[in-house]
Ligand binder design. Structure first.
Ligand SMILES: [Fe+2]
Ligand SMILES: [Fe+2]
Length: 180
């Protein structure tokens, strides 16, 4: 069996992030941040950790667990700033959750496919790079333009954390044997 059946769906996860909506309201950016971070915390990184363990790479599984934990902390940091924030699922997050369910359902195929773990890592690198280089720096700039220094500082902190995640994932990718 090969990854081809669901290859496109797996990639759908980063499509979700590439299409992330930029608002000119920091409050709306905060809501979408909480939604994305909770999705990463609850769905995406736990699925990737399971793929790593099933594929025989428990240390990469532990790395994904650590990232999942910190994504939950990012959601908390933003929630703390916006106590009354209403966070609702968008069609994009619902679709991303469906894709993760599909990956879970096909876990055996993913784990047995030599490229399964590599695809998970590549997807993670894509997501972490977009967040650390584009999305959150843009939120920092906007918050500062709107005179919301406290919000800008929180997003700066998140940029640093996402940059670290990208470094960890890049290192894990480099450590994979060529056949994986
Ligand atoms: Fe995050
Ligand atoms: Fe991250």
């Amino acid at each position: 069996m090969s990854l081809n059946h669901y290859q496109e769906d797996f990639l759908g996860i980063d499509r979700f992030f590439q299409e992330a909506v930029y608002h000119d309201e920091t409050d709306l950016n905060a809501a979408s941040t909480v939604e994305v971070e909770m999705y990463e915390h609850d769905c995406m990184y736990p699925a990737f950790a399971a793929i790593a363990r099933e594929s025989g790479y428990p240390e990469i599984g532990a790395m994904f667990d650590a990232i999942a934990r910190e994504e939950g902390e990012h959601a908390e940091l933003v929630r703390h700033l916006y106590q009354d924030l209403a966070v609702t699922d968008t069609p994009q997050t619902l679709e991303a959750k469906r894709l993760v369910t599909e990956i879970h359902a096909q876990m055996e195929v993913v784990a047995n496919d030599p490229r399964g773990l590599r695809r998970a890592l590549e997807t993670a690198l894509e997501v972490e790079s977009i967040e650390s280089e584009k999305t959150y720096p843009a939120f920092v700039t906007l918050a500062r333009q709107q005179g919301k220094e406290e919000v800008a500082r929180v997003f700066e902190e998140i940029v640093q954390s996402e940059t670290r995640h990208a470094t960890w994932v890049r290192r894990a990718l480099a450590s994979l044997p060529a056949h994986v």
